[in-house]
Design a protein around this ligand. Structure first.
Ligand code: GRF
Length: 200
């Protein structure tokens, strides 16, 4: 069983998908802790309801980004975490954590990267007029949604879609893709060579 930390800033439906999948025995891992920058995140309540440890690091309570990151880093180390899952964590991770956990941090992004990185990916897709979008699970590197891609799923964009309807359709697939990627990691089936992912 690998030890997993999930970081989430908001409602936590992806966290819930991981919890449910783990309960069904589909993930050879245990969520040791859920970390948030937002003490009021609904994700933390979901964790507590499932008897998972939680820790909030309200960004403004720290002198600067370094101190904020150092506290999160210490927390991760204290739980002996082998995989960090960003599930709607709305801040960029600092270089210290990215370096120490290289190819051990994954993120879910609601678009087919490298299209539409950053915030409001679904809105970007609607505004561009693409006919297909989707979701991507990737390793986190120093860039914005640029790390090696692990899994992707395409999702149709309908011409009647708005940001909300498209987000809802993509979200259903996020909830399948993220637990699947976690399980691949837990089974040690992910190789990264030259910035590309190979599934064993
Ligand atoms: C998801 O759309 C995810 O792709 C993005 O942030 C959203 C988080 O949703 N990174 P939730 O908090 O998991 O419900």
């Amino acid at each position: 069983m690998i030890k997993i930390a999930v970081m989430a800033s908001g409602r936590g439906t992806n966290l819930q998908a991981i919890i449910d999948s783990a309960k069904k025995g589909e993930i050879n891992g245990k969520i040791e802790i859920v970390i948030s920058d937002n003490p009021n995140a609904f994700a933390l309540k979901r964790a507590r309801d499932n008897h998972i440890n939680t820790k909030a690091f309200p960004y403004r309570q720290y002198k600067n980004k370094d101190e904020y990151e150092q506290n999160i880093f210490n927390c991760l180390e204290s739980y002996n975490i082998s995989l960090i899952v960003l599930a709607g964590y709305m801040r960029l991770l600092g270089s210290r954590i990215i370096k120490e956990y290289r190819h051990r941090i994954i993120n879910i992004h609601p678009a087919l990267l490298p299209s539409f990185p950053g915030l409001h990916a679904q809105r970007q897709a609607i505004e561009y007029g693409v006919k297909v979008s989707g979701c991507t699970v990737h390793f986190v590197d120093e860039g914005m949604d640029t790390g090696p891609i692990i899994l992707q799923k395409s999702v149709e964009v309908k011409q009647t879609d708005d940001e909300e309807t498209l987000s809802d359709r993509i979200l259903e697939f996020e909830h399948k893709l993220l637990p699947r990627a976690i399980q691949l990691f837990a089974q040690n089936r992910i190789d990264v060579r030259n910035n590309k992912v190979y599934i064993k």
